[in-house]
Design a protein around this ligand. Structure first.
Ligand SMILES: [Fe+2]
Length: 359
């Protein structure tokens, strides 16, 4: 077992762990969510896994069986916290009681960062237990950035917001989702939890080019990536987190890693949860993809720095480029990703080709 920032990481995964600073957080490799059906297996067999992500709200009461299981998992694995109840876009004031409990758990788990979602979940005392979409307006950017900065200052660790899947848009929106997401994280000076499957789902549902989304967010702020399966109903995709990561989402992930560099990646599988061995299989497959991109760029970096020339305001990955040992700071010239896609994404949304050989 190898140690990383007080955490213990299995030998199997330690080769893909780097200590490359990235928005002040480490790259943990490829992990999965810690879910109840797997507790018995994980806490008795101790399978190799780079890290586990927990849903904060499941462990905030401070005792009982949930915390017992969490504490046992913490003995051997890095734990990363992900929340679902912050409701950063709510018209209500921030819930400081919730944040106090969250901070206590943050201190307990020593999570290297904490994330929640670009969404609102209720108003006037009602909590709808859903991640509802936001209007993409400058007023919303200002309000959410201010609240996000407060959350990050209070928690005293890097805080990140995640792009969500959505099934409707607002006629009042004045910018694209990626412009909105980018503006908030820049203005708040927070991290971006980048859910590649959510990009794909929303692109399909709303008819935009997912690659335009991927290329135009601030890559140096991506502290973690989410991947997941989904359910395609033909005219609509539902973000069910069931099934494996499909090939078009893997292609988007490849593009993301090419632009962002090594980033901790988490596979979400929350419906029709399979045996843990199937999750390991999926994580090994994703890790192989990630490692192949990293290896390609490691070779290329002998002659060219790993920064991108993507269009838009965030094309130059300055923070990442500057943090490379021996690298000239950000006046270095851009580098075009080797896999510049000639993919047939068209306005009207990507359409899946059924992928053979995947369960
Ligand atoms: Fe996600």
């Amino acid at each position: 077992m190898a140690a990383l920032g007080g955490f213990r990481v299995s030998e199997m995964e330690s080769i893909s762990v780097t200590k490359q600073p990235r928005f002040e957080v480490p790259d943990l490799g490829v992990g999965v969510g810690l879910r109840v059906p797997h507790y018995a297996h994980v806490l008795s067999k101790w399978p190799a896994m780079a890290f586990f992500e927990i849903v904060s709200e499941n462990f905030m009461l401070g005792g009982g069986k949930p915390r017992y299981h969490l504490d046992r998992a913490m003995e051997r694995y890095p734990i990363v916290q992900h929340g679902v109840s912050l409701s950063i876009g709510s018209p209500e004031p921030l819930d400081w009681d919730y944040l106090a409990k969250l901070k206590a758990l943050v201190r307990h788990t020593k999570t290297p960062w904490l994330s929640d979602h670009f969404c609102w979940s209720g108003a006037r005392g009602a909590h709808l237990h859903d991640l509802l979409p936001l209007p993409y307006t400058s007023e919303a950017v200002t309000r959410i950035a201010e609240r996000a900065r407060q959350v990050q200052d209070y928690l005293e660790i890097p805080f990140a917001l995640e792009n969500t899947s959505s099934y409707l848009t607002y006629t009042s929106s004045t910018m694209t989702e990626w412009e909105f997401v980018s503006a908030v994280v820049e203005e708040a000076d927070i991290g971006l939890m980048f859910d590649v499957n959510n990009v794909y789902v929303s692109a399909y549902n709303h008819g935009f080019d997912p690659y335009e989304f991927v290329r135009n967010v601030p890559h140096e702020r991506i502290v973690q990536i989410h991947l997941a399966g989904h359910t395609n109903l033909g005219n609509l995709i539902i973000d069910t987190h069931s099934g494996p990561v499909i090939d078009p989402v893997r292609d988007l992930y490849r593009e993301t890693i090419e632009l962002a560099g090594p980033v901790s990646t988490l596979i979400e599988w929350d419906d029709e949860i399979p045996a843990f061995d199937r999750l390991i299989e999926e994580s090994v497959s994703i890790r192989a993809l990630r490692d192949s991109v990293i290896a390609t760029h490691t070779a290329e970096r002998r002659v060219s720095p790993w920064i991108n020339s993507a269009p838009g305001p965030h094309g130059a990955n300055k923070r990442y480029a500057d943090s490379e040992p021996g690298r000239e700071p950000s006046h270095t010239t851009g580098h075009t990703p080797s896999h510049t896609p000639g993919r047939a994404w068209i306005q009207g949304g990507p359409r899946e080709v059924p992928s053979e050989g995947r369960a």
